[in-house]
Design a protein around this ligand. Sequence first.
Ligand code: NDP
Ligand code: MG
Length: 397
Amino acid sequence: MQRITILGATGSIGVSTLDVLARHPERYSVYALSAHSRVDELAAQCVRFRPARAVVGDADAAARLRALLRAAGVRTEVEHGERALCAIASAAETDTVMAAIVGAAGLAPTLAAARAGKKVLLANKEALVMSGQLFMDAVRESGAVLLPIDSEHNAIFQCLPQGYGRAPAAAGVTKILLTASGGPFLKRDVATLDGVTPDEACAHPKWVMGRKISVDSATMMNKGLEVIEAHWLFGTPAEQIEVVIHPQSVIHSMVSYSDGSVLAELGNPDMRTPIAHALAYPERIASGVAQLDLTQVGTLQFERPDFERFPCLALAFDALKAGGTAPALLNAANEAAVAAFLDTRIGFRDIARVIARVMDELPHGAAASIEAVMAQDALARAAAGRVIDAIAARAAG
Ligand code: NDP
Ligand code: MG
């Protein structure tokens, strides 16, 4: 019986994870669940899955959750805050941690799980982007098992000879081909992108996801973050990672070998497949996802990304090549800019402008410690805030 902690249980990945777990009660039990502010959703999950512990963002949310659980006769222990998140991620009573909090907020608990030697199912790509070297060192030192949930990285993992235990070059790997749907604005006239609304940006053609990652998909910053994520997970240099636009999202990524072979993982676009793969690895379990029928799909298309249309992708490659804390700056500026776009304070194309300005303004340093990374994160958010205020003031005036 695997005992699971889900960080970010009320989100898109969290809900899909519980869906898979519920199909296999003989294999999995839920040890702990977390949410930030959606207390009603978390209460319903606690009633159904009866975790020993639940964590929310603040004391007020904790009080509301306690009241709901008391009324329902559920004896889950309720805590709040980052320290409690780290505790449920590293507790002796849990074996497997699904890291599915969105953004930098997931870094501390995800790292706590890695340091405690857990089986870490990594959806929270921002944690790896911010502190790739520190995170991978923690995994190596503790003997944690790191399994990628991001569909592309899960596909690559499946196409590599022995996971990523071996350096890809030694295994004959010449290139990683990361596929990208291109998002909702792949064919839209670039000149009209300034006027798109948050709802239009979040209407992804193939995947149903949280709002932050949906905007990242529309700017293709998501793919940029995934390039950095692939670099750390598989030890692949930036020059050997290529982005290929594939609007059908049937091929989830590919690996090229020196003999000319290209291996791909295919399936219907549904996150329950990589979640089930990682949960059961190296076995296979049912995920609830329908089998792929290629005759229904008919045609698979591929094209090169247009870096003019998607400047965020170029910014991410630049940050990876710059190294050190540059990816942490990129990530923080992006989180601030996406939040401002979702609040309709800045336009869609301003997201890339904010990030570029922050990257120009702030020198990056060595990512020597989590404290150094978090300090750069804070600087980048403050700098992004100033650029956002200036843009918003200009638009208002
Ligand atoms: P959602 O926005 O749907 O869910 C985010 C989860 O994190 C919720 O449980 C939310 O709680 C919680 N949360 C939000 N802010 C905080 C905070 N400050 N502190 C603690 N918890 C917080 O996101 P997704 O499920 O879409 O994405 C989660 C992660 O997985 C992201 O890193 C994303 O990039 C990655 N990912 C997602 C994919 C997808 O298909 N959705 C695909 C590949 C990767 P509450 O509900 O209370 O707000
Ligand atoms: Mg992905």
